[in-house]
Design a protein around this ligand. Structure first.
Ligand SMILES: NC(=O)c1ccc[n+]([C@@H]2O[C@H](COP(=O)([O-])OP(=O)(O)OC[C@H]3O[C@@H](n4cnc5c(N)ncnc54)[C@H](OP(=O)(O)O)[C@@H]3O)[C@@H](O)[C@H]2O)c1
Length: 277
């Protein structure tokens, strides 16, 4: 999808100008959206200066009535700061479409704080910072099909999107793609450690491990075969890969990963309860 489905005169306000906001607005500006159509509320002066210099967007130290011009408001503040951040903004943005990328804040809390159900809750992941993200999306009751299309277009530069029809599945998705980059880093750390033990340098091991992840993932994405079939194809009995997989199975690696995902999703549900979901 391209930004062609972003209405031509659409104005966007970002609340919070950190990593996620930079990933989204940077993508939009690079795809040709006029920076003058983007406002960012960001309390930290250094971050404001960087956003202005790097992307040419309008920056505000605090919310003001100009936010009333925004058709879309993107919420990219930490969950703990969220409710407080809504107070000076919500009075101006009752008619806007809202997009929240904050982890663990349920649509019901967003609707309460923002005074509207015209909202979309997103669960992005860090590869969004390099345009390779995977974002899960859930639309609030007041978001139309056109609103969804706008959100899809806004997030397109950050990577792929998946819409979920049940909000509870956001926690399930978080257990794969939201927190998953950390699992992959953990796996890469282990591969680097093993590589060093086997005589390679840490740098060589990192290059080998990262490219192996990227390449294997590309095979999964490009093939109609199940991952299990792809694995079996490269695991001949008595061969080297077979030796490795047998050890992983003996150590319960698969069970550990599944148990970790259950814990991750449960923590997501707990956080949502804290925010009154
Ligand atoms: N990074 C990721 O990959 C990722 C993945 C999934 C979900 N998320 C979610 O995305 C959200 C943002 O994460 P992030 O990594 O972009 O965080 P971040 O880099 O810390 O950005 C948050 C920004 O919001 C600013 N801010 C704080 N209070 C504010 C207020 N009242 N009004 C306006 N701006 C305010 C902060 O300014 P100060 O620095 O001055 O505090 C900071 O620049 C979080 O809720 C996180 O759960 C992030």
């Amino acid at each position: 999808m391209t930004t062609t489905s972003i209405p031509e005169h659409l104005q966007i306000a970002f609340i919070g100008g950190g990593n996620m906001a930079s990933a989204i607005l940077g993508g939009l500006v690079r795809q040709g959206m006029a920076p003058a159509r983007i406002r960012v509320v960001e309390p930290f002066a250094e971050t404001r200066a960087r956003l202005q210099q790097e992307f040419g967007v309008q920056v505000l130290e605090a919310a003001d009535a100009s936010l009333g011009q925004a058709d879309v408001v993107v919420w990219a503040v930490k969950p703990q700061q969220f409710e407080e951040a809504t107070r000076p903004v919500a009075p101006h943005t009752g008619k806007a479409l809202h997009l929240s990328v904050a982890a663990g804040i349920p649509a019901s809390a967003l609707a309460r704080w923002l005074g509207t159900e015209r909202l979309v809750r997103a669960m992005p992941n860090t590869p969004a910072l390099v345009g390779q993200g995977m974002t899960g999306l859930f639309a609030g009751a007041g978001a139309s099909a056109d609103d969804r299309a706008v959100i899809d277009a806004l997030l397109a530069p950050t990577g792929q999107r998946m819409w979920l029809e049940q909000e509870a599945l956001i926690d399930s998705l978080m257990a794969i793609s939201g927190s998953g980059p950390a699992y992959v880093f953990y796996f890469i750390e282990a591969l680097v450690r093993g590589g060093v033990e086997l005589g390679l340098t840490a740098e060589q091991s990192k290059i080998l491990a990262a490219q192996t992840f990227a390449g294997a993932a590309a095979l999964v994405q490009g093939s109609s075969d199940a991952p299990e079939v792809l694995r079996q194809r490269v695991t001949s009995k008595g061969g080297t890969t077979h030796e490795a997989i047998v050890i992983m199975q003996q150590h319960g690696v698969e069970q550990a990963i599944v148990a970790a995902m259950h814990a991750c999703a449960a923590r997501g549900r707990e956080l949502a309860e804290q925010f009154g979901g």
